[in-house]
Ligand binder design. Structure first.
Ligand code: AVW
Length: 257
């Protein structure tokens, strides 16, 4: 009886979690399309189907980044030239800013990123089930479904980056440009210098930080990895300035840094 109960419970939980994952993603999709308009080519049910196709039936450590190619192609969105904002180790402040200001767009402010931000999912070999708990985590294995999604979505976002592009890096840590980050290992490598004009580093510092754009060695590495055709700039941006711009929408974006 215990075994039957456990199996029934297990199946019920599995169904419930995949049900709520679908609900979450479809709801986010409809909300996004309503709030951002203009992207009427997008079909939320089709996007959900392409998403599940990437990982359902596969072991939780056996989902490579290219499994998400059909999902990425099923989402249609014009690149926001001159407003695209990358980030590394600044997740919270960058999104607090873009939530209030449409002058900059991060991957998580695009439909694709918005749908999956903060979620966990995986499948199981030879099973149609979808799980949202007990999935392999970021560091457990290279080809886990969540990590692979962010790698492929980041690569596509970077490849579409056009005009003047910015990246918010953390000036309070040793290596603002860290070779193991997605920004360094995926995004910079996918920049296309034939559609991109410049990269501006916004180095977020706290009061008392001594780091400068010129003194940081990791930023030299970043400069060296960029196509010389791209213009490179770096600006120190005090965290307090960003906070002020977050709380005072009447300040123009151009005056934030
Ligand atoms: P990040 P990235 N274990 O702040 O440059 C668990 O380092 O990498 O910035 N979760 C992880 C790990 C890990 N080892 N590494 C990364 N993450 C997750 C997409 C975690 O959720 C945008 F376009 C962390 O908050 C940015 O330009 C997040 O990844 C760029 O990629 C970011 O890690 C940011 O990636």
């Amino acid at each position: 009886a215990t075994v039957i109960l456990a199996v029934t419970l297990g199946l019920t939980l599995g169904t419930t979690s995949s049900g709520s994952l679908k609900e979450t993603i479809i709801n986010r999709c409809n909300t996004y399309l309503k709030d951002n308009g203009a992207t009427s080519q997008n079909d939320c049910e089709k996007i959900w189907d392409s998403f599940t196709q990437a990982f359902v039936g596969k072991d939780t450590c056996d989902v490579p980044p290219d499994a998400y190619d059909s999902l990425i192609h099923s989402v249609s969105q014009e690149p926001a030239c001159n407003r695209m904002l990358f980030w590394s180790k600044t997740k919270e402040i960058v999104h607090a800013f873009t939530e209030k200001r449409s002058c900059y767009v991060t991957l998580e402010d695009t439909l694709l990123g918005f749908l999956l931000d903060g979620l966990t999912w995986c499948g199981k070999n030879e099973s149609q089930e979808i799980f949202t708990t007990e999935c392999s985590s970021w560091s457990d294995c290279v080809n886990n479904p969540v990590r692979s999604f962010w790698i492929q979505a980041s690569a596509a976002f970077a490849a579409s980056a056009c005009g003047d592009v910015s990246v918010m890096l953390n000036g309070a840590i040793d290596m603002p440009f860290n070779p193991t980050s997605i920004f360094a290992s995926v995004e910079v490598k996918n920049f296309n210098s034939s559609i991109m004009k410049s990269l501006t580093v916004l180095l977020v510092t706290k009061e008392g930080d001594v780091k400068t754009c010129e003194s940081d060695a990791s930023l030299k590495d970043l400069q060296n990895q960029l196509d010389p055709k791209l213009k490179y700039q770096c600006k120190i941006v005090p965290q307090s300035t960003i906070q002020t711009c977050i709380s005072q929408p009447q300040i123009a974006c151009d005056d934030c840094w």
